[in-house]
Design a protein around this ligand. Structure first.
Ligand code: SF4
Length: 242
């Protein structure tokens, strides 16, 4: 059992914000300067909640979801966990927890779900995504900063589970619900989604090194430089010239 010390708990999203931009991370963590707030995504949260119910119903029966057959994967929703443990893994403030190997941090991240690969007896890492895109991009080849964050999200979940001694399947998945059905011509209190399963080769070997960088960043008195994925500071610096 991992000992809980609030000050040492490091969430996946904090780790990800460090990778996105060490400068913004540092300003928030050390000086409590928050980046401009953004509205939440309540429709995405609603899709997530409904998917959880849908997969839980199949979990109880030990049955695969139709999308697994469509993509020819021999998966079922993982049903060897105590429901209380799954609820904890899904809780935003608890999640799956593990001690980092090279830093002082207790890592945690909350999952949407876990699946099970019946061919290999391995846990399958995944995340539900809701979107509306005419041309759905492949996150694994996209250069958009938020797609890169989706990749790291699965990597981090896989790493947490490995640290908890789960045998984790080498591929992670996104279950993408895309509200872009061109045949739907009017709203009528309904939005039609197409569901896609996208796979990704997980990588976890960089995570401890990045955690060490994060630890060093927080111990430093110097504000780090900005990350590459945000244009705001560049815009601000250019603006100052005038
Ligand atoms: S580049 Fe973006 S994320 Fe980084 S410090 Fe500037 S505003 Fe923040």
């Amino acid at each position: 059992m991992v000992k809980k010390d609030k000050s040492l708990r490091l969430s996946r999203s904090r780790w990800d914000s460090f990778i996105k931009c060490p400068k913004c991370f540092y300003l928030k963590e050390k000086h409590n300067i928050n980046p401009p707030s953004q509205p939440g995504h309540p429709i995405n949260s609603r899709v997530d909640a409904l998917l959880k119910v849908e997969f839980d119903q199949l979990r109880e029966k030990g049955k695969p979801h139709p999308i697994f057959k469509e993509y020819n994967v021999n998966f079922i929703p993982y049903n060897k966990l105590d429901p209380e443990v799954l609820a904890r893994y899904r809780n935003n403030f608890k999640g799956v927890e593990a001690k980092s190997k090279k830093t002082k941090y207790i890592l945690f991240g909350s999952l949407d779900d876990l699946w099970f690969n019946l061919d290999t007896d391995e846990i399958v890492v995944l995340d539900y995504k809701a979107t509306s895109n005419k041309n759905l991009e492949d996150y694994t080849t996209s250069d958009k900063y938020y797609h890169k964050s989706y990749l790291r999200q699965l990597d981090f979940y896989a790493y947490l589970l490995k640290l908890n001694d789960y045998k984790v399947h080498k591929k992670g998945y996104w279950l993408i619900c895309n509200a872009a059905n061109e045949n739907q011509k009017s709203f009528k209190n309904n939005v039609s989604f197409k569901t896609t399963l996208l796979e990704y080769e997980l990588k976890t070997d960089y995570i401890e090194d990045s955690l060490q960088d994060l630890e060093k960043c927080l111990e430093s008195k110097k504000i780090p430089i900005s990350g590459d994925d945000c244009d705001n500071c560049r815009w601000f610096d250019e603006r100052k010239k005038y």
